[in-house]
Design a binder for this molecule. Sequence first.
Ligand SMILES: C[S@@+](CC[C@H](N)C(=O)[O-])C[C@H]1O[C@@H](n2cnc3c(N)ncnc32)[C@H](O)[C@@H]1O
Length: 280
Amino acid sequence: MRKLLIKVFGLDTLYKVRKSPVVNFLPRLKMASGVYNYRYGQILRWSLQSREDTNFTYELSEDNLLYMAHTVAVVADVSPKLVQQYIREAQTDEALRQHILEKTRTSSYRRVADLRVEFGRRLGWYALVRLRKPEVVIETGVDKGLGAVLLCAALLRNREEGKPGRYYGTDIATKAGYLLDGPYREVGEVLYGDSITSLRAFSQPIDLFINDSDHSATYEEDEYRVVLPKLGPGGLLLSDNAHETSALARLSLEVGRKFVFFKEIPKDHWYPGAGIGFSY
Ligand SMILES: C[S@@+](CC[C@H](N)C(=O)[O-])C[C@H]1O[C@@H](n2cnc3c(N)ncnc32)[C@H](O)[C@@H]1O
């Protein structure tokens, strides 16, 4: 049959037909969707088991944590093994884990929070605080306070090592930050109100700034422009929005700062992950 077809139509024509997207519609659809089908299982599990509707939490894959360690090592100019040690320090902090579980159990946010502790990309923030020993850390956008309490755990350890620092979160929601309590509140506080207004009024030099509030590109850029002149020597700007906008990358180019981006890969969650944009 094949020989007859070649005789009648010629090999060239047959080859073109075989490769045509229209003729091969179904096998091509099967091949491409096969790459994404596993997501349906994750979506089903999440929709049945998770209470989180936003600001999702998840573990990162081992390889992804390794990439994170290498990226933070480049930014902080240290060995990746040291970064890995700090990442492990946060992952194995049992007091912090118990604090988060207990506060979640008793909070009114319980309806929208899972009884799990997974920090995702925030582990990169933690490692930077441990490495750079900043005196002032600002995080815009606090929500439940997962980043806040993790950053404060790093500041508490720095304080034990004789390098104290303070955390300031900003949030427009008056109930944000229920996790920032107990010993962690000794080194941190939330400034309630619009982030830009709080940043304009802030008068200390800022060593580490993390943007995670209003995620529109213009608001994000406005935050950086307010913070830039207030940065201390070697001050770092981090974006939690760099998977969505290039605001920090563009601004870094404009003002002569380096920029790198780490993309997180959640281990078992349908959410494709956010990332950390580093400007240094
Ligand atoms: C993605 S959540 C922050 C998550 C948090 N950084 C963490 O580690 O889990 C964003 C937060 O930004 C706050 N927000 C939104 N617009 C804001 C604004 N203009 N000023 C201050 N906070 C704002 C929201 O209330 C919300 O709590």
